[in-house]
Design a protein around this ligand. Sequence first.
Ligand code: OGA
Ligand code: MN
Length: 300
Amino acid sequence: MRCTIGVVPFTSRQIGPCFAAEVEGLDLRQPLSPADVAAIHAAMDAYGVLVFHDQHLTDEQHLVFSRSLGELEDSYGNNLREADEYRLPTTFADVSNLDKNQQVLALDDRRRLFAIGNRLWHSDSSFKIVPAKYSLLRALAIPSKGGDTEYADMCAAYDALDDETKHLAEDLICEHSQIYSRLQLGFTDFTETERERFKPVRQRLVRVHPSTGRKSLFLASHAGQIVGWPTAEAMGFLKDLIEHATQRQFVYAHAWRVGDLVMWDNRRTMHRGRPFPPGEPRDVRRTTLVGEGPTADQAA
Ligand code: OGA
Ligand code: MN
């Protein structure tokens, strides 16, 4: 796809099997005009994941670019860091393995173990009543090997379901919590305060994208219940759906380079991080845009 941003044309070249594109000819450090912003949203609607190489943004430029596309989500309380343990302002989700003194977290540090939840397929903030729209992740330091981020196209996965499964899934409501994803890793070490903070929220299983009108599966490892279903049956069904949706023909794997910024639409993709040598720093920082609203009715 060829778009014109201001006077400078930028190109998006598809790099994934059915989605995901690399964008060239755009300097994200420069202010964007309303037409530029519209072209970026259009590219997001077309591809779901956009990769921008060699951007080397500062935190401030990352925030300015993100805010030009929508309202930012605050990340406070989304992890196990205490209030005085944050390395970054909460306009960022700190997806790194670093403490506030830039030291790599110890192997048995519960903040690190909790963050291993990012290696399970998920959609950002599906554990919030209003789940995320876009995520914008930028790499400042990457390990010597591993540490890719993989993305799955949940529209293509939905389209490929048989009619019976589409019908079964259509009106189901799931309950999402970061406790459920961690339970799958055998991580159950939560305080009472944390359990209260991570209370489940409801999300539709099938959602319609507000700008493309396409249906997708709104899945995440945070989903631990289907309303009205026995837990074991719900988990069996959700695991089957995740297995279906993450077959290689629906997946793009991003191998990071320092200076990359990758932006994805959480309303129609899932993603997961891949392992890397735990003693090496991996500094990746994410801004997140809030979605349009809840996907399901629930008590506030
Ligand atoms: C995220 C995330 C995975 C990774 O930033 O939301 O899940 O590879 N990242 O760091
Ligand atoms: Mn994530």
